[in-house]
Design a protein around this ligand. Structure first.
Ligand code: SF4
Length: 324
């Protein structure tokens, strides 16, 4: 372990001030990803700023929607009455993530900030443009079974590992951020980045900024489902996942919001599928066509070609389960 400094802060303002002073510092809350990264030598923050004492542990709702504080543990959010009643899709996705023990420790903000589980990123003997820019990509010609089929670049083909974020993308959530210039909000769809030429950047958070909450707007969705396909039933990252939220009346789809996980560097919204579904009846043929549209621009690598067929099946099954 490389030595580091440790400090605790009691307010968002103090957290932002501490981080702004030191670009080599990182916030820590549950630490379920960061501590692993430090142990493996993937990252070596000069200072850890412990934000666990911040008053950011509330879940509240009003007519505009639901706010979840950044320090709410994943398990608490998944069992919250408001979440279960109004956003069951989020509860399903949260419960699909990691293990019970990890969900007890991991926070909502940390879930958003977690890094890819690409094995070459964690193996410091291998090249990785995300870990060391311009060093190469071990996965490109390596064992890329878990990797992206949408939005990748010739620098990085990693995927974002979160389940919760896929549901938040489908629910049109907003990330609430505190920084030296005050508070700002970023739509979830714009928070995480595609790798492009800068795969070392996972998201659009600026130096010193702190996620304080996630806001999910009120919606008219009355059918939803989160489907996760993985190598084992628990404690495994998604090969492919699908979050479906639909507004259905009289057997007809009025609005649709669909995102996929395990397929891109960020939660991947299926906007063409969403447009196609509006006004359609709930039939097997409609769902099959939706799956074809959703997967039509997939680009595969040597070991992940199976994800296209799996993705189609997952879209059909998620739509079917949401509407049955
Ligand atoms: Fe690194 Fe991305 Fe390549 Fe994985 S896919 S080795 S994270 S550059």
């Amino acid at each position: 372990m490389i030595n580091f400094e440790y400090t605790r802060v009691n307010s968002a303002k103090a957290a932002v001030a501490a981080k702004s002073k030191n670009v080599a510092a990182q916030f820590i809350a549950g630490g379920t990803n960061l501590v692993d990264l430090m142990k493996k030598g993937v990252t070596a923050p000069q200072r850890l700023i412990d934000i666990n004492a911040l008053p950011l542990k509330d879940i509240s709702s009003d007519a505009k929607g639901l706010s979840i504080g950044t320090l709410v543990p994943n398990s608490v959010a998944a069992e919250n009455k408001l979440v279960l009643e109004k956003y069951p899709l989020l509860a399903m996705a949260l419960n699909a993530g990691a293990s019970a023990q990890l969900r007890n420790m991991a926070t909502v903000g940390g879930n958003i900030m977690q890094r890819t589980r690409c094995p070459y990123f964690y193996d410091i003997t291998m090249p990785c443009n995300k870990r060391i820019p311009q060093s190469g990509c071990g996965a490109m010609e390596g064992y890329n079974r878990m990797h992206a089929i949408f939005g990748a670049s010739d620098k990085c083909i990693a995927v974002h590992p979160s389940d919760m974020c896929v549901a938040l993308a489908a629910l049109n959530a907003t990330v609430v951020i505190s920084g030296t210039k005050g508070e700002k909000k970023i739509p979830f769809a714009n928070f995480h980045r595609l790798p492009g030429d800068t795969p070392e950047l996972d998201n659009n958070l600026q130096t010193g900024e702190l996620i304080t909450a996630v806001h999910i707007p009120a919606n008219r969705f009355n059918r939803s489902y989160y489907l996760k396909v993985r190598d084992r039933l628990s404690y495994a990252f998604a090969l492919v996942s699908v979050a479906v939220a639909l507004e259905v009346t009289d057997g007809s789809i009025r609005s649709a919001s669909i995102a996929m996980g395990g397929v891109a560097h960020k939660p991947w919204r299926l906007t063409e599928v969403e447009k196609y579904l509006i006004g359609k009846s709930i039939t097997a043929n409609v769902f099959k066509e939706a799956a074809e549209i959703g997967m039509k621009n997939a680009k595969t690598y040597q070991h992940n070609q199976f994800k296209v067929k799996m993705g189609k099946s997952a879209i059909v099954e998620a739509l079917t389960k949401a509407t049955s």
